[in-house]
Design a protein around this ligand. Structure first.
Ligand SMILES: NC(=O)c1ccc[n+]([C@@H]2O[C@H](COP(=O)([O-])OP(=O)(O)OC[C@H]3O[C@@H](n4cnc5c(N)ncnc54)[C@H](O)[C@@H]3O)[C@@H](O)[C@H]2O)c1
Length: 340
């Protein structure tokens, strides 16, 4: 039997959730909710079987959804998710899961007490490209991971309640968490604001992981061109993941540098040789990520597996964002990431 699902927040992203739930074999789109009645009518017109509400409490009391998907501005995630959990629903919360680490912890504790699941929408983890990235890094084919460099810039949608770090970095951080398999130990963040909002619209994050791996993220809402590119550099090979490429999103380069150290005391005698080999682009499935993600959520709710993007993963990303926020406020100081 299909699970009853609802979407709260039908602005830019919520309609994508509604469309995927309505087209899913696992879920029935039972209810839609938005404070804005006009928006609710416009989106709701496509889904006549879904009841429409402008108030979440009323929706929870009348529609009794088993899964509530929350696609409202970040500042409201915590309160709305807690209400849905109290009403007995599981929740699927947009990224970033909450505004603070304390709110994430509270939400996870509440869900555990009530025996409900919290999922976070870390959409990119469900793309064929990121699955391929993880496979390549985990197989050891690229050798030891050295560093990651990511550029995520465009003329972005300025958010009212969060800066560019909270808006865009969750994508990079969730991909890094998934592929590297750890949360960074510390963050340094620099940024600047070019609007009256006071919120950074251009930012640079430097993350240090345990071992020698580091990552650098460039985030901007002010770039005239759109770039979505990550480099995963390894000792043997490097991978370039370009999300804007239509077909070859993941390219593996057999290029690199070999160092031949003849005499450790005599640095000048280190011989550098450049390797230039082939490039290959593995075929990656182009299935819409949200469809894969909702199937994953349904499998967990039916007791058929663990979540690829759980509430704990959402909380881990929020802890890094919080550290980045502190570092930004301190002009780029090194800030340790809190442990779970
Ligand atoms: N996963 C992704 O790739 C992705 C992409 C874009 C946005 N998002 C996330 O989705 C969330 C929403 O972003 P958006 O750009 O769609 O925002 P938006 O401002 O376009 O839409 C938010 C909607 O929520 C409604 N709303 C606000 N408070 C409400 C409440 N209490 N009850 C019911 N409705 C309420 C608003 O009326 C509005 O229609 C954010 O967390 C954002 O980070 C995720």
């Amino acid at each position: 039997m299909k699970l009853k699902a609802a979407v709260v927040g039908l602005g830019y992203w919520g309609p994508n959730l509604a469309r995927n739930l309505a087209g899913s074999n696992d879920f029935a789109l039972a209810a839609l909710c938005d404070l804005d009645a006009g928006r609710l009518e416009r989106v709701g017109a496509h889904y006549p079987a879904a009841e429409r509400f402008t108030d979440l409490d009323e929706m929870l009391a009348r529609a009794h959804p088993e899964l509530v998907c929350i696609a409202t501005p970040v500042a409201s995630h915590h309160v709305l998710a807690a209400k849905a959990l109290h009403a007995g629903a599981h929740v699927f919360v947009e990224k970033p899961m909450t505004m603070t680490g304390a709110q994430s912890r509270e939400l996870l504790a509440l869900a555990a007490r009530l025996g409900r699941h919290v999922f976070v929408d870390h959409t990119f983890l469900f793309t064929g490209a990121v699955a391929e990235l993880k496979k390549q890094v985990a197989s050891g084919g690229i050798g030891e991971l050295l560093y990651i460099d990511s550029v995520r810039i465009n003329l972005g949608l300025f958010q009212p309640d969060v800066d560019v770090v909270w808006d865009l970095a969750p994508h990079d951080l969730s991909i890094l968490h998934h592929v590297v398999g750890q949360v960074p130990v510390s963050v340094r963040a620099m940024g600047s604001c070019h609007s009256p909002s006071g919120l950074a619209d251009v930012a640079y994050l430097h993350l240090d992981y345990q071992g020698a791996v580091s990552a650098h993220l460039h985030l901007s809402w002010l770039s005239p061109v759109k770039v979505r590119r990550m480099i995963f550099a390894g000792t043997k090979q490097s991978i370039i993941y370009d999300d804007l490429e239509a077909a070859e999103k993941v390219k593996i380069y057999d290029h690199g540098v070999d160092f031949d150290v003849k005499d450790l005391e005599e640095r000048r005698r280190v011989l550098v040789s450049y390797r230039k080999g082939d490039m290959r682009a593995p075929n990656v499935p182009a299935t819409e990520a949200l469809a894969v993600e909702l199937a994953d959520v349904a499998a967990v709710l039916r007791g058929q597996g663990g979540a690829r993007a759980s509430g704990a993963d959402g909380a881990a990303v929020v802890r890094v964002l919080e550290a980045a926020q502190r570092s930004l406020a301190q002009g780029g100081a090194l800030v340790p990431v809190e442990s779970a």
